[in-house]
Design a protein around this ligand. Structure first.
Ligand SMILES: [Zn+2]
Ligand SMILES: [Zn+2]
Length: 401
């Protein structure tokens, strides 16, 4: 089948793959196809289980807490949203609601529709579009990030009180495992080909291509809609350069309040403690939870720095193109895209810890003034990574096809 690589724009023919085999782009190493043993069946089962379990995970009690069996508290994921809404700032609350619950739920339902319709031959319109949307939601739905934040919040809350896991937490852990399993076993190229097959032979002249489903389309012109997924063919990716640069430029000054202000404020009998990102690392390490401290340090500090420097370099190389190192920079972009969700762990820790340690006057954690700028910095970097197109580097360096 003929595939046009979404990262570098090279059109190439790959043979039918045996089960378990993968195919990479001959120029930039992008994974073009992986013929998994499960095809789409495991992903279908996982999506079905997620759409059943996720509401329980969000609405059932998540954690309970007690201080010396005198005062008791209980939290639910959904109560985090209300607490952030009241204490901090509403876009952060909606962000948490969307990333932790609504996007994973929507993604599971869309996958259920597409994979179910292919498996049981249901007729649903616009299957390609539905699958494109479910793939787009992949970086925005973050049960794995919420789970790691939950583990860190559990340790952080454990410093103040005795904390126990409840049914909601077990359901959310199951949802996370299922979503990773579904992702790993899904044969994306197989699904695209079942919706509409790729052309067999390499076109004689330059053909329009879709940069979402990577289809080479012979009988349409650039600017038309892709017959398979409905995205624009040969989209003008130059238009996205300025917004990506603007998002990076806006994120840099916001780092100052994000890292200097406290992300969690702990109101104890003995006094008020304010914890910045670095302060949280120190607190966790001092109390012996150094693993948690490393998670916070890597996700909250190291990854954002790498993302900002990496993105600036890539954006500069679009403006000042160079042929050498194109493959390395394209690989770097894929690493940045894979890592980008993890810094969200830090605001999520504040979001999950706040409702569980909620003993007014004795020990009370609230999300601090730094949580909102930090959330904003990470959301802007995510947006910049999403808007940046590595193909632009290849185009400006004169290596378009
Ligand atoms: Zn490529
Ligand atoms: Zn397409």
């Amino acid at each position: 089948m003929t595939i046009t690589c979404a990262d570098c724009g090279a059109t190439q023919v790959i043979p039918d793959l045996p089960r378990g085999a993968t195919a990479e782009c001959h120029r930039c190493d992008r994974l073009l196809a992986r013929h998994t043993r499960a095809g789409g069946d495991m992903a279908l089962a996982c999506a079905a289980a997620i759409s059943i379990l996720l509401p329980f995970a969000v609405f059932l009690p998540l954690l309970d807490s007690t201080i010396k069996s005198i005062v008791y508290g209980e939290s639910r994921l959904v109560s985090s949203v209300i607490v952030i809404y009241q204490e901090v700032w509403f876009p952060f609350a909606f962000g948490f609601l969307f990333f932790a619950f609504l996007f994973p739920m929507l993604r599971a339902s869309l996958q259920l529709a597409v994979l179910g319709s292919l498996r049981f031959r249901w007729k649903i319109p616009q299957r390609g579009r539905v699958f494109r949307w479910s793939e787009e939601l992949r970086i925005w739905s973050m049960p794995d990030v919420v789970l790691i934040a939950g583990v860190a919040a559990y340790f952080r809350a454990g410093i103040s009180a005795d904390v126990g896991l409840r049914a909601g937490a077990w359901c959310y852990i199951a949802v996370t495992v299922l979503s990773i399993l579904g992702d790993r076993t899904l044969d994306r190229r197989g699904v695209w080909n079942a919706i509409l097959p790729d052309v067999d032979r390499l076109p004689a002249r330059h053909a329009a291509a879709c940069d979402v489903c990577e289809m080479t389309v012979l009988n349409r012109r650039p600017g038309d809609h892709c017959p398979r997924c409905g995205a624009r063919l040969d989209r003008n990716i130059q238009l996205q350069f300025i917004p990506a640069l603007a998002a990076v430029a806006a994120a840099i000054p916001l780092c100052l309040p994000a890292y200097s202000a406290s992300i969690m404020v702990n109101d104890q009998l003995t006094g008020v403690l304010e914890h910045t990102v670095f302060g949280t690392v120190q607190l966790l390490a001092d109390r012996g939870f150094w693993q948690g401290g490393i998670v916070v340090l890597v996700a909250g500090v190291a990854i954002p720095i790498v993302e900002l420097i990496g993105l600036l370099w890539l954006l500069l190389r679009v403006r000042f193109p160079r042929k050498r190192g194109l493959v390395v920079r394209t690989r770097l972009y894929r690493v940045l895209k894979r890592l980008i969700r993890w810094p969200m762990v830090i605001p999520f820790i504040a979001a999950i810890a706040a409702p569980i340690i909620d003993f007014r006057g004795i020990d009370d954690i609230v999300a601090g003034p730094g949580a909102t700028p930090l959330f904003f910095v990470i959301a802007l970097i995510m947006l910049a990574v999403r808007l940046f197109e590595p193909r632009l580097m290849w185009q400006t360096a004169g290596e378009a096809t």
